[in-house]
Write a protein of this length. Structure first.
Length: 297
């Protein structure tokens, strides 16, 4: 196992419920669990379904991340491809938002030349998502490449409508992510909530929704709480992230997440809130635990 820069406290590691010292040693978890009291069992309020995006913790083996995630109080690790889903099931975790289909962020449904390839890709994976017991898969608009917003809407709707019958058959929601085109994803088309909402209207199915990434939308348009209140029926998933920098969501950044999460819950939302910040501190799992606790309103 590759060692992280985080330190190990054997005293805390052996507190994992139902896991023997031999099991811990065999899994390599002693190399990856945070130090001191940061990984002690978390008492959560139970009002928020907590998830985390796998890619933010790629330096931690998935088995070890699963063990730590459960101890922190997460019930999902997401943005994982089908081959690794059995690891989640082994640890009693779900995948709130799957991946495994599509052509990437820049090559999406706004390009009609890609529709056949995209449809084939999603048609293959959507039944696998349902068979695994999951119900959401991520998708993207693609970059503009000189395309105006109206044409992009028309093209995305045409491509997505081809997949709605299979999505409805398997009760799997295709979720398009709202991303900023100002800092991280230049030229990405689905970069404003209103554009995504109009796309939802044109597609016209409950099996197509939006991923409202709070970090990205703060950069693009701000007014986060009012936007959530206005457009929540079109949103089926939320991501966090500190602004600026996409790091921890604590007092180092400009958003006050307890108020944001409360506004999400006030809409009646029952889905997942996923941590998608990049830890800037050596103790990555302590940052993750802190993020969960901040959002646990």
């Amino acid at each position: 196992m590759t060692k992280l820069s985080t330190n190990l406290s054997r005293r805390n590691a052996i507190k994992f419920a139902g896991v023997t010292s031999a099991t811990l040693l065999g899994s390599g978890v002693f190399n990856h669990i945070s130090a001191a009291e940061n990984i002690l069992p978390t008492e959560l309020k139970g009002r928020v379904n907590h998830s985390v995006c796998r890619w933010c913790y790629n330096s931690i083996p998935l088995e070890d991340l699963c063990i730590a995630a459960k101890e922190i109080g997460l019930t999902s690790i997401e943005l994982i491809d089908p081959p690794e889903w059995p690891i989640l099931k082994k640890h009693g975790l779900t995948c709130a938002l799957t991946q495994g289909a599509g052509l990437g962020i820049e090559r999406g449904f706004n390009n009609p030349d890609l529709h056949d390839e995209l449809v084939k890709s999603f048609e293959e994976v959507i039944p696998q998502v349902a068979a695994a017991g999951y119900d959401q898969i991520i998708c993207f608009s693609g970059n503009r490449n000189g395309m105006d917003d109206e044409t992009g809407l028309k093209n995305c709707a045409a491509g997505l409508k081809r997949l709605i019958p299979i999505a409805e058959k398997y009760k799997v929601t295709m979720v398009m992510e709202l991303l900023n085109s100002k800092v991280n994803h230049p030229d990405y088309q689905c970069d404003h909530t209103a554009w995504g909402v109009e796309l939802c209207e044109q597609v016209g199915s409950e099996q197509f929704k939006l991923l409202y990434d709070i970090y990205h939308m703060q950069i693009m348009e701000g007014d986060v709480i009012a936007t959530i209140k206005k457009y929540h029926p079109y949103i089926s998933h939320y991501h966090t992230g500190g602004v600026p920098g996409r790091n921890e969501i604590d007092e180092t950044q400009e958003l006050y997440y307890p108020a944001i999460i409360k506004s999400i819950l006030d809409t009646g939302y029952k889905g997942f809130v996923s941590q998608e910040f990049i830890p800037s501190r050596p103790d990555q799992l302590a940052s993750l635990k802190q993020g969960v606790e901040i959002c646990d309103v």
